[in-house]
Design a protein around this ligand. Structure first.
Ligand SMILES: [Zn+2]
Length: 129
């Protein structure tokens, strides 16, 4: 499944809207019930409005009422070579931590990781009670 998910992420990167950076990113999110939601980065002339591929995939799923996820694959490249790892940014890790446990898998070009590998401690629901 990891290979298929990564392939879906590469495919999604083809839809990236990245006229400013030229860096195409795709994400493929696997839901707990086996569905795949994809996302790509969407840039904006007002740079801070840019949204990453991972968050778009997650928000697409959540907007469909899906909130349980198993894994996400992320592929990024500026030259069509997706063999170099593209790690999620801090904002995306924080969004993942909202919906996913520490055992959530993050699949990159060089292998599989856990959310806890990148974000061992996070701000969450328990912090605002
Ligand atoms: Zn991000």
């Amino acid at each position: 499944m990891a290979d298929r998910l990564f392939e879906e992420a590469v495919k999604a990167a083809g839809n990236a809207y990245c006229p400013y950076s030229g860096f195409h990113v795709g994400a493929a999110l696997l839901t707990a019930d086996g569905r795949i939601y994809t996302g790509c980065n969407v840039e904006n002339a007002s740079f801070s409005m840019t949204v990453c591929a991972e968050r778009i995939a997650i928000f697409k799923a959540v907007s469909d009422g899906v909130k349980e996820f198993s894994a996400i694959a992320v592929a990024g490249s500026s030259d069509g070579n997706f063999s170099r790892s593209c790690t999620p940014c801090g904002a995306c890790l924080q969004v993942m931590s909202e919906f996913c446990g520490s055992n959530f898998k993050i699949i990159l070009a060089d292998g599989e990781y856990l959310l806890s590998d990148f974000l061992p401690v996070s701000f969450g629901k328990e912090n605002i009670k």
